[in-house]
Write a protein that binds this ligand. Structure first.
Ligand code: FPP
Length: 232
C-alpha cells in the first residue's frame, strides 16, 4: 500500500544487478537469472507507469558487459529481442520507449526493432522508459565531447548545459533517485554525469527478487531525504 505522503521522484534509474547470483543460489545457469531479471524488469516498468512515474532508466547492458562469455551475451541479447518483439504489450499501456547507448555493434535486427519501438511509442504520454544498452557513462561523455568539438563551438561557449544537451539523455531530466539492489555499492559507469545530485538507494535484494513493495519502500525512503543540492 503506497504511503500517501510520499514524494514520487521524477526520474528513477535502476541498476538491475544480482541475476547471476540469484541463479547460482538455485543451482541454475546464469541465463536463468537473466530470464528472471527480464520478468522483474517488465513488472517494475509496468508498475512505475501505473503509479505515474515520468521517467525510468534501466541498465540492461553496459559497454563492459561484452567481456562476459559469448553465450551469456547472446542470452541477454535474445531477451532484449524477445522484449522488443513483444513491445506491443506496452502500446496499450502508453509507455514511451527510448534507448541510450552506442548501437553500432548491435545486431541489425535488434537495431531495427529498437528504432521501431521508439517510433511506435513516440506519442505515448505515460512513463518514458529508457533502456541502456551498450551504455557506458564515460563512453557517452567522450562521444559528447567529440560532437561538441566537431560542431566548431568556441571553448568559452562550452558550459554544463551544452554538455548535458550533447549526451544520450539530452531530453530527459537527471535521475533524482538511483536504485542498486544485490548488495553492491557502486555506480559502474552508469549515468555518471547525470547522477551529480542523485539520491542513492542500495539493498541486498537480488534483482529477480525485487518486487513492487521494494520499490515502494525505496520511494518512501526517498521521500524522507533532505535534498540540498549544495545549499543548506
Ligand atoms: C547484472 O546482473 C545484470 C545484467 C548485466 C543484465 C541485465 C539484463 C536483464 C535484467 C534482462 C534483459 C533486459 C531487458 C531490457 C529485456 P549480473 O549478471 O551481473 O549478476 P551477478 O552480479 O549476480 O553476477
Amino acid at each position: 500500500m503506497a504511503n500517501e505522503n510520499r514524494i514520487l521522484p521524477q526520474h528513477i534509474a535502476i541498476i538491475m544487478d544480482g541475476n547471476g547470483r540469484w541463479a547460482k543460489n538455485r543451482g541454475l545457469p546464469r541465463s536463468a537469472g537473466h530470464i528472471a531479471g527480464a520478468k522483474t524488469f517488465k513488472s517494475i516498468a509496468r508498475y512505475c507507469n501505473k503509479i505515474g512515474l515520468k521517467y525510468l532508466t534501466v541498465y540492461a547492458f553496459s559497454t563492459e558487459n561484452w567481456k562476459r562469455p559469448e553465450d551469456e551475451v547472446n542470452g541477454i541479447m535474445n531477451l532484449l529481442r524477445d522484449y522488443l518483439k513483444d513491445a506491443e504489450n506496452f502500446k496499450d499501456e502508453n509507455i514511451r520507449v527510448r534507448f541510450i547507448g552506442d548501437r553500432t555493434p548491435l545486431a541489425d535486427d535488434i537495431k531495427a526493432l529498437m528504432a521501431k519501438n521508439e517510433e511506435d511509442s513516440k506519442n505515448a504520454t505515460g512513463l518514458t522508459l529508457y533502456i541502456a544498452i551498450n551504455y557506458g557513462g564515460r563512453d557517452e561523455i567522450v562521444k559528447a565531447v567529440k560532437k561538441i568539438v566537431n560542431s566548431g563551438v568556441k571553448a568559452d561557449d562550452i558550459n554544463e548545459k551544452l554538455i548535458s544537451d550533447s549526451l544520450y539523455t539530452y531530453d530527459c531530466p537527471d535521475p533524482d533517485f538511483i536504485i542498486r539492489p544485490s548488495g553492491e555499492y557502486r555506480l559502474s559507469n552508469y549515468l555518471i554525469w547525470q547522477s551529480a545530485y542523485s539520491e542513492f538507494w542500495y539493498s541486498d535484494i537480488l534483482w529477480p527478487d525485487f518486487k513492487e513493495k521494494d520499490l515502494e519502500k525505496a520511494i518512501d525512503d526517498f521521500s524522507n531525504r533532505n535534498r540540498r543540492f549544495g545549499g543548506i
